[in-house]
Design a binder for this molecule. Structure first.
Ligand code: SF4
Length: 474
């Protein structure tokens, strides 16, 4: 049945695959191409039915128990991470192992291990039974970490002491829920140690922000994602909390025509584990059901890319194919990007004339300068600095513009910011860590040449070297 009124379709930006998911699926594809089927994968590589079935067809076998993996086989750990005991047992059994744990989950594991050595006790905010929660809690012996799922659960927490408690969270939680639970924990345990940068990852935050934005403009939100996918479910919840009817669909065939009756604007998003092909199927079905136009919303352009582990290099032709499929290319130079002439547009003058506070941190958590850096717009960044932007302002995630530029591998912008400041010792340590953490080898080299302290450590005790090792860069 077709909707009788014209319907506009609005696409949330960003949506769909994040860097951790793309990396994990690529690891399985590379292992299949390099070693041949079967390849064993512990747990669904990512929580998406289409992805899992596609890899099954290509020869991946998904298992939960190591007893189901034959001796000498190739085994891949899923993007959600695994408990230490599983890693150790798999190594003891002599499998050829590749770890597809998202580097942002590994980062949480490393923080847990470090603080545990310092005598901290842990509270984890997350969903019971989710593999990421099992993996993170499994970094310590049973009972060393307490799980809390909601604000009500905070009253039940019973740490052995209150002086050294650290907080960790699942990476795919609702940002708002996590903030409420964190506030309740802080109210009960004022000394609780929180990570400098929240554990909820950039992809989760960006997709939830985009759904919030789109919710104000549509009558219904459809989220593409599997019911097992935590981040996809959160997106549907975010829309509901904005007062908009929303549905999670695993495929286009899940869409019921009656949902669209009387609706003139439909918002569409996709969880971090949902491939674009499913989004295209949904768009085609919505067109069939009456959508007459499709419009992409403005949103953050994500440039995050995580390097592959060692030992999975293929021939040049296959490398090229995978690059096209998963975007494993380094960023183009700034010259490749469309130039925005700030001077010509009068943007700088307009800002100054209006007396805008260009150092204000906006809802996205960034200043105007940080946004320009994030988008790789060197000219805009220059104009903002000339207009008085303070390059040392720290955003809500605890980053400066320099750290953002370094983590994105934007060496030219890093150079510009250092020219302005000239004091790499003050900020260079963190920039180096950010670049190393994101696998930006060229930027790491530049920062070291510019005098960054290679032994500088983060608040969590991470050095650039630790980051490089955790990313498989060594
Ligand atoms: S959702 Fe976040 S933590 Fe999970 S795989 Fe993607 S980037 Fe990594």
């Amino acid at each position: 049945m077709q909707n009788t009124q014209a319907m506009e379709l609005l696409l949330a930006e960003p949506r769909g695959f994040c860097a951790g998911v793309a990396r994990a699926i690529e690891i399985v594809e590379r292992a299949l191409a390099k070693f041949g089927a079967p390849i064993y994968v512990r747990h669904e590589i990512v929580h998406n039915t289409y992805v899992v079935n596609d890899l099954k067809r290509k020869g991946a076998i998904f298992i939960e128990n190591l007893d189901d993996v034959p001796p000498g086989a190739t085994l891949i750990f899923s993007a959600h991470g695994v408990p230490r005991a599983i890693k150790e047992e798999a190594a003891r059994r002599g499998f050829r192992i590749f770890d597809a744990t998202c580097p942002l989950v590994s980062k949480v594991h490393v923080e847990v291990a470090k603080l545990a050595r310092e005598g901290y006790e842990f509270i984890m905010i997350g969903h019971k039974g989710h593999p990421e929660v099992e993996g993170t809690m499994g970094q310590l012996p049973a009972g060393a970490m307490q799980l809390v799922e909601n604000v009500e659960g905070v009253a039940q927490l019973a740490p052995r002491q209150q002086e050294k408690i650290a907080l960790v969270t699942q990476t795919t939680l609702s940002v708002d829920d996590a903030a409420a639970i964190t506030a309740a924990i802080r109210a009960r345990f004022p000394n609780v140690r929180q990570p400098k940068k929240q554990d909820i990852c950039y992809a989760t935050q960006n997709r939830q922000d985009a759904v919030k934005l789109i919710s104000s403009a549509v009558d219904i939100v459809i989220v593409v994602g599997s019911p097992t996918s935590s981040n996809s479910r959160r997106l549907a919840e975010v829309a509901q909390r904005q007062g908009v009817e929303s549905y999670l669909v695993d495929s286009a065939s899940d869409i019921r025509p009656e949902w669209l009756h009387g609706k003139s604007r439909v918002g569409l998003s996709a969880g971090a584990s949902a491939p674009d092909v499913l989004v295209q199927h949904v768009i085609a079905r919505l067109r069939n059901l009456g959508a007459t136009s499709v419009r992409r919303m403005e949103g953050i352009e994500e440039k995050m890319h995580f390097p592959q582990p060692k030992g999975l290099r293929l021939n040049d032709e296959s490398e090229q194919r995978l690059r096209q499929k998963y975007g494993g290319v380094s960023h183009g130079s700034l010259q490749d990007k469309p130039a925005t002439s700030i001077e010509e547009s009068g943007y700088k003058d307009a800002l100054q004339a209006a007396g805008a506070n260009i150092n204000a941190v906006g809802e996205s958590g960034n200043t105007a300068l940080m946004e320009a850096v994030l988008w790789g717009r060197e000219e805009q960044a220059r104009a903002l600095i000339a207009a008085g932007a303070d390059i040392h302002v720290v955003n809500k995630a605890g980053e400066t513009a320099l750290e953002i530029a370094a983590s994105q591998g934007l060496t030219d912008i890093v150079r510009l910011l250092l020219e302005v400041d000239g004091n790499i010792a003050a900020v260079g340590g963190d920039a180096l860590l950010a670049a190393a953490y994101s696998g930006r080898t060229e930027t790491v080299r530049f920062l070291l040449d510019a005098g960054a302290d290679k032994n500088a450590a983060s608040e969590w005790g991470w050095t650039a070297l630790t980051h490089a090792v955790s990313m498989g860069g060594l």
